[in-house]
Design a binder for this molecule. Sequence first.
Ligand SMILES: [Zn+2]
Length: 410
Amino acid sequence: MMLPDVFFISIDCLRPDHVGAFNRLSRLTPNLDRVITRGSVFTRATSHAPFTTPAVASMLTGRYPFQTGVRLLLGQLCDNNAGTLADAAKRAGYITAGFPSSFILNSTTGLARGFDEYRDIEDGVMTRRGGCWQYGEPLNNALDTFLGRVGNDRVFCWLHYFDLHEYHLDTSAPPKTTYARDLREKVDAGCVASLFRILESHGRLDNAAFVITADHGECLFDHGVRGHGQHLYNSVLQVPLAIVWPGLMPAGAVRSELTRHVDVLPTLLDAWRIEADASFANLPGNSLLADRQAIDIHSYAEASPRQLFDGNAAEVRPFEGPEIQSIQTGDFKLIRLQNGDSELYDLRVDPRECADLLESPTASSTSIANALSERIDALVDSDAVGFASASSAEPKDDLVRERLRDLGYV
Ligand SMILES: [Zn+2]
């Protein structure tokens, strides 16, 4: 079987309810929708961390944050020889290239593992204050150059667009307005449209496979806050996920079962017919090509808001709080705080997580919460890397602090 080129596109803080392919009322993303509708969409896809670096690490390795060791914004990937998506692509015969857009995803994180080429974001190159991120256009130009160089070889490319992340810097309108405007203008009509034009110019658009997702969602005053990073409600954990794969993923299919970022790697291993050897052993996810009816699917997430980066975290007041963990099934979701507090939501009737069933606990809600809590313990204890192993870059200096401010984190 002839394998297609694969383009893995992640758009920072993209909410599924703002994408037309996931919400027919949205008219913000016609370019994205045109490609997504060639494949299958997953309407209950989840991320595993509410901020970029750990979320991307889980996306690219098919492992939870406690397994990758990336739990901070400036954390590093543990050297545990875990296979990555790019490793798998190379094994399938692809030339691999990674195009991250922010210094928090540079190769110092370990996320470049398996990529033949990886374009770090350096200071002063087409960036904003402090040289911390790049717009999609220079990323696309780099992709254009790369595709011009590789000739007819099959490629696996990951592009992470950061353009939507800066909406909060424009205070001339409410955040909901600037978010929608930036999605329509900067992302969809901007970098996404230009990406597809470039792929078309190289003859790599029509038969290509795409994985399209976000690293995490975004709070637009859901639960009283804006942004991401502070909590584990589904407004930040729910992400769009679409897989376009001619001949493999049915066009127009809408799948509503619980799915996870950790399912993407097993799905691509399956599509590429790669046997899961030691480097892909004990993955927590399952292929989306397999029959999932009989599988008991749980999605785990965690965050340590106090430790977004390894600096004087006490100064980072917007993110002050205890370590939090969550687990959700198709029906229920438990959020567990380090101080012993828990929240339980019945997602079947309360998908916005408004009514905490543990506020007036019953025997039934207590029993469900206990079972989910035990599930977290079993999962984490079985394969934890631990905070001690997650080393960090040097975030204490002023430049890094300034760059984090650019990202809206400080
Ligand atoms: Zn992000």
